[in-house]
Design a protein around this ligand. Sequence first.
Ligand code: C5P
Length: 311
Amino acid sequence: MTLLPFPDAVHVRAPGKINVYLGVGDRHDDGYHALATVFQAVSLYEDVIARPSDDFSIVVKGAVDPASVPLDDRNLAMRAAKLLATATGHDGGVALELRKSVPVAGGMGGGSADAAAALLACDALWGTGLSSARLHELATRLGADVPFALHGGTAVGTGRGDQLNPALARGRFDWVLVTSDEGLSTPVIYQRLDEQRARGEALADDPPLSLDVPIPVLQALRAGDPHSLAACMHNDLESPALEERPVLEEIIREGLGAGALSGIVSGSGPTVAFLCDTPESARYVQDQLEAQGREALHVHGPVSGARILSA
Ligand code: C5P
């Protein structure tokens, strides 16, 4: 695509994610844990609009409580814009508008999607023209999930979750997400997992010996078979998330009772993701959960990563 040197606005869309499989290893000295994970990008999106400005600012719109989103340097999109400016020597700013649909602190990488979208949007707005390898490198510095939000699709993540390899996934997987009004802190959930393991709980005597994604997970994705995938979905962060938020266990029971193939806490939670065998069964599970007073969304994956919608 040929972009004009100075567009008035750049609109980028980036997806939220589900960790279909998440194996957590030991904590390293940098505070991060070794991971073996499979991400799938799903059709719940963050939209970021970047407009020229002399300084850096953010406004938040969308289906979230704006008060729950910081507007300063704690915001990953703000950090992304400033990192790109520093890395490229660009001396202007940007006014970012975040239209959020992914739950805040929900375990679906919403903040990471904002950061990925902001990188791409500012790169186009400022005409800095970074290669995808360089954008990936900046994304890695912003957070473990940011590279995947750029990448999208279905991918195996190793290292801190930021070393990505595409995974073949056929067809479409239907998911029902149950969101919570109150988020969970990712560092707290990792900390709880360490504590559970130290107490001899949560697979303490059986941490993954080799941190690999099990072959059946990759086979099920390749076959596009939700039944096989449902049988091998797993999340090591589920146990600490359930300890922190016991109602999630009830929600998982409700979704399974409504006919979902499997239910799993997404990332560090508290969003619960239910895999369903068809779009129709997902709509039924969604209706049943809503009838029980839950906030439920029907999404599908895989979808593409951050992309420019207009410039
Ligand atoms: O990279 P991100 O900002 O998303 O990570 C948030 C926190 O989650 C980290 O500061 C760390 O406490 C925890 N984390 C971890 N191991 C990972 C990813 C995240 O311990 N691989």
